[in-house]
Design a binder for this molecule. Structure first.
Ligand SMILES: Nc1ncnc2c1ncn2[C@@H]1O[C@H](COP(=O)(O)OP(=O)(O)OP(=O)(O)O)[C@@H](O)[C@H]1O
Ligand SMILES: [Mg+2]
Length: 595
């Protein structure tokens, strides 16, 4: 029905109902039961008013759907509820919405093409239940059951995260944002909300491209056993295959030998130090021996090794596994061979330890920049933004991101075991472009973090990207099932659309079949009469299983619209675009860096 026809019909209904009431009131003395006239008048007027209001609301919704306007909200107008976080406006997507959707598609009912192009998708999807749309909240306790945000580029993932982060900063939570790409608007929003909520002192930024403003941070600070650090360093490489496997094995062993000795001597582990000694294991041996037996101070490497072996044999020095392992790499391999074997590891570590990155990522206790620690972030309730600057160097950014997530995991494990008060301090971790940063070990965090009151939000374009990292679909399924809330924006990846559709499952849908049959008179009766003219209309209803959210619906979601699986429920929702921050922090930092 066109908007003009519906307007005319509504006007006729409105006037008709009111006219009927008035007529009854005028004619009341002559009508049987005329005493009821005031009631009939009131009833018909209320009915007209209700129908008018309903139509007006439907009309407004239809207009909104036709314009598809992005819902813009000022921060003060965001719905709020105690101990809950607002996720957008949504309605419960039920079987009847899916049935209506199938019905519309079958009859070719959809918004005009130009509107779909303008808003990036089919706004009708939300229109199917928009009248019952309400603010969607998630309880903060449930948030620690984690969130996964999926969608193609430019569909609203970061804006969704921004909406949540803003509320958590307002609530006083510990918030940690890991952003490989550097979303300027997100940086500005975080800074501005910190200022507005009196948490400016709690704001910290670790920004590899902007060293002037950046805090220092050592991604090797937390671990329970030293070999975790070796795994963390080797984890920055893609899984080894074929010939490279033997190189990788050697590199793991050599790195572990260095890490063990440093740990045994009580020397802090930093990327720069590990790199330095990986290049010169002999020097490490000399320095470490000097700590054990100062009389070896002025010996050369060969004499020191001989002296060490003699002292161990005579029982003057306790045999140590750490020294034994390091000696293995010094004495069993010719220096040339050793350097050839570790050659591919060195440049990667150099990238993380060269120039200003040494100050930022390998801080010493006496460095001018006081390093940021997870303990400080947690206990001082900080808001930390890790801007890794993948646009300036993707490999280094991803390597740092991976290490910092594992460092966080190690901190959480110790917090969980040794800090009973930690329950009062929830940590919310947001990882944008997560597929670059998560590793197999990080999967544990999702399971462990729940008990430690840590809420993780991962955002990525497709789960296929996780599959690439983990090398198995089972690991991806683990990530998806570990999340209580799964938010799916438009995806242009068919597999991704199907995955969410499968997640929502199938339902018995009502399928309405229609048929019309006309038998004009002259077929059987010639021109004599039309008595046997027949028209037949049949409608039959059957039920068949069909997806609650068809894959093609996900592929045609407009920008800022999403489907969500929240626990066992499927919601259709849209994210409001909160006002652009006025803060120009990111641009100021960039100017400072350029200057
Ligand atoms: N002020 C604004 N008005 C209208 N649209 C905006 C505004 N700011 C951003 N957008 C739109 O928001 C979308 C970007 O959203 P967002 O950055 O959240 O995407 P994303 O899913 O994180 O993408 P990516 O994977 O590339 O990071 C773009 O389509 C952009 O056109
Ligand atoms: Mg983004």
């Amino acid at each position: 029905m066109t908007s003009g026809t519906s307007r005319l019909l509504m006007l006729a209904l409105f006037l008709g109902l009111n006219g009927f009431g008035v007529m009854v009131a005028i004619q009341a003395p002559e009508l049987p039961y005329g005493g009821l006239a005031p009631w009939i008048l009131a009833g018909s007027m209320s009915l007209a008013l209700a129908a008018g209001t309903w139509w007006l609301r439907a009309h407004m919704v239809a207009r909104m759907l036709l314009t598809g306007a992005i819902l813009r909200l000022a921060p003060k107008h965001l719905p709020r509820r105690r101990d809950h976080t607002f996720l957008g406006y949504a309605f419960l997507w039920r079987r009847e919405h899916a049935e209506r959707l199938y019905y519309c598609v079958a009859r070719g009912i959809e918004p005009p093409e130009e509107q779909q192009v303008r808003f990036g998708g089919n706004t009708l999807l939300h229109g199917l239940g928009m009248l019952s749309e309400k603010p969607l909240f998630i309880s903060d306790a449930r948030r620690t059951h984690h969130t996964l945000v999926l969608g193609s580029p430019g569909e609203g993932k970061t804006r969704f995260i921004e909406l949540v982060i803003r509320q958590l900063i307002e609530k006083g939570d510990v918030v940690v944002i890991v952003d490989p790409k550097g979303d300027k608007r997100l940086i500005n929003t975080v800074k501005q909300v910190c200022e507005e909520t009196g948490r400016d002192q709690a704001f910290r930024i670790v920004a590899l491209p902007w060293p002037m403003a950046s805090c220092a941070y050592n991604p090797l600070a937390n671990f329970s056993v030293p070999s975790e650090i070796t795994d963390r360093i080797m984890g920055i490489f893609p899984p080894a295959t074929g010939e490279s496997e033997s190189f990788r094995g050697f590199q793991w062993g050599a790195t572990n030998a260095v890490v063990q000795i440093l740990y045994a001597c009580g020397i802090p582990l930093t990327i720069e130090r590990i790199l330095r000694y990986l290049r010169k294991p002999g020097q490490l041996f000399l320095e470490a021996m000097e700590r054990r037996a100062p009389e070896m101070a002025r010996l050369d490497l060969q004499s020191a090794v001989k002296r060490y072996q003699a002292m161990v044999e005579s029982g003057a020095l306790r045999k140590s596994k750490e020294f034994g392992d390091l000696l293995h790499y010094i004495t069993e391999y010719k220096p040339d061979h050793y350097h050839k074997m570790v050659a591919s590891l060195i440049p990667q570590l150099e990238r993380l330890a060269a120039g200003v990155k040494q100050d930022l990522l390998s801080p010493e206790s006496d460095s001018p920049r006081r390093p940021l620690t997870w303990e400080a972030i947690d206990r001082q309730k900080l808001v930390v933004y890790f801007y890794l600057g993948s646009l300036h160097g993707e490999e280094s950014a991803n390597a740092v991101g991976k290490m910092l997530l594992l460092d966080f995991e190690a901190y959480i494990a110790s917090r969980y075991s040794y800090d009973p008060d930690a329950r009062n301090r929830r940590i919310s971790l947001f990882v944008d472009e997560a597929h670059h940063l998560v590793s197999r070990t990080f999967l544990h965090i999702l399971a462990e973090a729940r008990g430690a009151d840590v809420a993780v939000t991962l955002s990525t374009q497709t789960t296929a990207q996780f599959e690439q990292v983990f090398g198995s679909r089972a690991a991806v399924d683990e990530i998806v099932t570990q999340n209580f809330l799964c938010v799916q924006f438009q995806s242009r990846n068919p597999r991704e659309c199907k995955d969410f559709s499968d997640l929502a499952g199938e339902r018995e849908m009502r399928v309405v079949g229609e048929s019309h049959r006309y038998e004009p008179a002259f077929f059987s009766s010639g021109f004599r009469n039309v008595e046997d003219f027949r028209a037949q209309y049949t409608q039959n209803i059957s039920y068949r299983e069909a997806p609650l959210v068809p894959a093609w619906a996900i592929a045609s979601l407009p920008t800022f619209h999403y489907f969500a699986r929240l626990g066992g429920r499927i919601m259709k929702a849209r994210v409001p675009l909160v006002d652009e921050p006025t803060c120009t922090y990111a641009a100021d930092l960039q100017r400072g860096a350029a200057a």
